[in-house]
Design a protein around this ligand. Structure first.
Ligand SMILES: [Zn+2]
Length: 271
């Protein structure tokens, strides 16, 4: 669909008007992209005005900080250990790295829980390890008053209960596709959720995005995640925007402005 409410979305792609429609990709693994420099050029051309780049382990946290210093004012770094990327021996060193560099961080992430895999569902030790590390990182975020980017796949209830107890009180449940009763609590507790490209097809994700008010939704790519067989990059953020606009029955411009405003408010990003 190329036209929404009679307005052609073409304006967001046209050079010269980009300033009107700056988008913020609020969750991308930029350091994992094949050629980040080229991908960032394409993102800028597509109207992406800033990217919150998340780390997932020691290597990607370091790479994310380097990218942020190479592209100041465009790449905003978040550091964290992802629940499915935990290497037990590396935890102390990585946590120390996060603490030492926290002043340079826009947020803490990607952190959270993941009970999706069979392994995690069956093995309590894995879940306990994830929870301990999630709590540890939430406490760092709270002490330093940094927002958090939360991964909560298959662990929606625990992820919410724990962040309510240990978290900084502001953050985003990225790519939310859990139950709507928990989503209601997430929103009541002041948190945001984010839309990904899966808004084009995922029943659960679409239900969550339909339920949540636009003032509490951010947009992202989670690139280079593969959607329908193809790896993504931040330039694909316009796909998330289009899918969300269609779900909300609102013009692209309105959804672009609202989601950018939301991201600026949560992450204190100025573009
Ligand atoms: Zn991610």
């Amino acid at each position: 669909m190329n036209c929404l409410n009679g307005r052609a979305p073409i304006r967001i792609f046209r050079r010269g008007n980009l300033d009107l429609f700056k988008l913020i990709d609020t969750h991308a693994h930029v350091s994992d992209l094949d050629n980040p420099v080229e991908a960032l050029e394409r993102a800028k051309a597509a109207g992406v005005g800033a990217i919150l780049a998340v780390g997932a382990d020691m290597e990607t946290c370091k790479a994310t900080l380097e990218l942020a210093s190479t592209f100041p004012g465009y790449i905003y770094p978040a550091l964290g250990i992802h629940p499915t990327e935990i290497v037990v021996q590396e935890i102390p060193e990585t946590v120390r790295f996060i603490e030492e560099n926290i002043e340079k961080c826009t947020a803490i992430g990607e952190i959270g829980l993941d009970y999706w895999s069979r392994e995690a569902r069956k093995n309590k030790e894995i879940r306990d390890l994830q929870r301990d590390l999630y709590i540890k990182q939430l406490r760092i975020a709270s002490e330093m008053d940094k927002p958090v980017s939360i991964h909560a796949r298959g662990s929606w209830r625990d992820a919410l209960d724990i962040v309510k107890t240990h978290g900084p009180g502001r953050g985003v449940f990225h790519w939310y596709s859990g139950p709507l009763d928990i989503l209601k609590e997430i929103l009541d507790s002041g948190y945001y959720i984010s839309a990904t490209i899966a808004a084009e097809y995922s029943k659960e994700h679409r239900a969550a995005l339909t339920y949540a008010p636009l003032e509490r939704i951010l947009i992202e790519t989670d690139s280079p995640v593969i959607y329908r067989g193809s790896p993504s990059e931040p330039a694909d953020l316009v796909r998330t925007l289009k899918a969300l606009s269609e779900l909300k029955g609102l013009p692209l411009e309105d959804v672009a402005q609202a989601t950018t405003r939301n991201a600026q408010k949560l992450f204190k990003i100025r573009i």
